[in-house]
Design a protein around this ligand. Structure first.
Ligand SMILES: [Zn+2]
Ligand SMILES: [Zn+2]
Length: 339
């Protein structure tokens, strides 16, 4: 590979089978610790990488641009007309193609950093019975564009139609600037809370077997695997938008909520711990916890802010000790189910 000035050996190691994992174990945000650790907390919120930087700021900036340039006026969205509805669909298709496509192109097509920082030593499946057309990328693209895109856009269209007609409460910055900013800051947390709840729901065996297994076919995920889901999962996954049907919201909140849900699965499923920027350094993807969920299925339902997995015994911090605990727990579960 090209000289990037940064090497995976300094951050982790590969096992005999070639699987890489970081030296640092996964840690939760310092939100639910007592006594409060203010310095750690401030560092987590404003640090790089942290709660805001870089990913949530990127999604916020995207939302701002979309609201500014690519959102039809509320007045137009009062009635269901193909023009503005199509505009939303095409804009979301473009966003998806550019965002997920950029990660895929960089890491999996051009292979700019080779397997440096890649957890699983294999590339995407090109002949697997778990995938549509036996191809992981074709399968992922199909679920993303044929299901994810229309459901994401459908929720957006419905929400703005309701907002334009005054069926759901609307909020302007000048009316309540505090609520406006607090809501914007909380959107990633609201999303993670919602994601944990629906994620536990779709791991309920009847729903897992019929719905969530589409997403879990990707035990070695790539960026497009992130939004590769069964339509029922897309319906449940994007339902975090319902909060804006109840709490007064501005169009920016709606767009940010949906953009966060629609785009964050990209970096979260890269399969790489860091994205190396040649000669400049690397950006953490924060996807190791969720990668372990794809690898082991029954760990890390949450994503790093709320320690639900710790509280309910499903946390895997990436260490050998966590492997042992997980195996013990799964053995106990198998005995329980067989008795
Ligand atoms: Zn899952
Ligand atoms: Zn996933």
């Amino acid at each position: 590979m090209k000289n990037t000035g940064i090497s995976e050996e300094n951050f982790g190691q590969r096992d005999r089978r070639g699987h890489w994992k970081p030296f640092e174990k996964i840690e939760y945000a310092p939100l639910f610790v007592w006594p409060i650790k203010p310095v750690k907390l401030i560092k987590w919120i404003f640090g790089f990488p942290g709660y805001l930087y870089p990913w949530n700021i990127i999604y916020f900036l995207f939302s701002l641009v979309v609201w500014w340039i690519f959102l039809p006026p509320l007045e137009t969205m009062k009635t269901f007309e193909p023009g503005w509805m199509l505009q939303i669909l095409i804009r979301n298709a473009g966003l998806m193609a550019i965002w997920f496509g950029a990660f895929h192109l960089h890491l999996y097509v051009k292979k700019r950093q080779g397997k440096e920082f890649k957890y699983n030593p294999s590339w995407l499946e090109t002949d697997g019975s778990a995938f549509l057309f036996r191809s992981q990328i074709k399968d992922n693209l199909t679920w993303c564009f044929a299901s994810g895109l229309p459901i994401w856009s459908g929720y957006e269209i419905l929400t703005f139609w309701m907002m334009a007609n005054g069926y759901i409460p609307h909020l302007n910055f000048s009316e309540n600037p505090v609520l406006f900013i607090v809501m914007l800051l909380l959107i990633p947390m609201i999303r993670e809370f919602h994601f944990y709840c629906i994620h536990r729901l779709i791991h309920w065996p009847p729903l897992y077997r019929t719905v969530h297994k589409v997403h879990h076919a990707n035990s070695n995920p790539g960026p497009w695997s992130g939004l590769s889901m069964h339509p029922v999962e897309h319906l449940i996954y994007f339902s975090s938008i319902f909060i804006h049907w109840i709490i007064p919201s501005h169009p920016i909140h709606v767009i940010n909520q949906l953009l966060h849900a629609g785009l964050s699965p990209g970096p979260d499923h890269t399969g790489f711990d860091k994205i190396v920027i040649e000669g400049k350094g690397a950006i953490d993807t924060h996807c190791f916890a969720h990668y372990l969920h794809h690898k082991y299925f029954e760990v890390n339902y949450s994503d790093g802010i709320f320690p639900f997995d710790k509280w309910f015994g499903t946390f895997h911090d990436g260490t050998a000790e966590a492997d042992k605990q997980m195996n013990k727990r799964l053995k106990r579960k198998a005995i329980r189910l067989n008795s």
